[in-house]
Design a protein. Structure first.
Length: 270
């Protein structure tokens, strides 16, 4: 049985009370970026929840003293390989984490206060419900790096936002205000910051009071139905070809270099 004491989790805080587990991203000095180390610890925490009779998981973040803070800055850009290969393959820790959240039979509620960036947006929308404060924005920024987003990840957003809004987010890399996210149904509850913890716990307690086996079946049903993608093998391979071309491009290297050098990229289109 996984045990927190058997696996040091300095980047994840875990608390279980009344069948509700609260998992907190705890790396505020690095803006809770989704580093390999943090992801591995979060995966372990999810595994531990499966053995502790947990009925609901709350996923939150410690954002430090600065308000509003950063819920998560997304991928650790320093870990993105520059060998012109796709960094987001089926078995990498980040993709494994998204599958874990989406296909865990335990409902996951994202409790969000602060800004959400890049891959952390994908983590948030992979949760079953989102409770967010008026401080929240969601920004998908890979286009600023020359980084083509993976097809499965794009499908996650199409499952909860209108296509034209997904296009705007991905093509402009501009933050989506939480009010718009709430209006479009991405956010379940929009609250003031001082109400966030109370409202999230209230929602979690309500779900935890339902018949656990029924909730597990419902989550499995919804996960399978929402994952059904109507795309042919030829179309999928064509998309993969375009992604490979982007990873091998001069623009991809320029985007990474510009990020590290803290300057605006100068993309050429090749």
């Amino acid at each position: 049985m996984p045990n927190k004491r058997d696996f040091p989790m300095s980047l994840i805080e875990m608390k279980i009370e009344h069948h509700i587990a609260t998992l907190s991203l705890n790396d505020p000095t690095k803006r809770n970026c989704l580093s390999t180390e943090l992801i591995q610890q979060l995966l372990h925490a999810f595994d531990a929840c499966e053995h502790q009779h947990v009925r609901v998981i709350i996923l939150r973040a410690n954002t430090g003293n600065k308000k509003p803070g950063v819920w998560s800055a997304g991928h650790n850009v320093k870990e993105i390989p520059t060998d012109k290969q796709d960094p987001v393959t089926w078995n990498v820790p980040y993709v494994t984490l998204l599958r874990k959240v989406r296909h865990s039979l335990t409902p996951v509620i994202a409790q969000i206060d602060g800004t959400v960036w890049g891959g952390a947006c994908d983590l948030a929308v992979s949760c079953d419900m989102i409770v967010a404060t008026t401080n929240v924005t969601f920004a998908i920024t890979p286009a600023k790096l020359g980084l083509p987003y993976n097809t499965v990840g794009v499908s996650h957003f199409l499952g909860c936002l209108p296509t034209h809004i997904v296009k705007e987010m991905f093509m402009t890399a501009q933050p989506l205000p939480v009010e718009k996210a709430h209006n479009f149904g991405l956010v379940n509850k929009l609250v003031e910051p001082d109400q966030l913890e109370r409202e999230t716990k209230h929602l979690a307690a309500r779900v935890a009071s339902m018949a656990p086996l029924c909730i597990r079946v419902l989550k499995a049903e919804l996960a399978k139905l929402s994952d059904a993608m109507n795309i042919s093998a030829d179309d999928f391979e064509h998309i993969q070809m375009l992604r490979r071309e982007a990873f091998r491009s001069v623009d991809f290297q320029e985007g990474i270099n510009a990020f590290h050098e803290k300057r605006e990229p100068n993309f050429k289109g090749y």
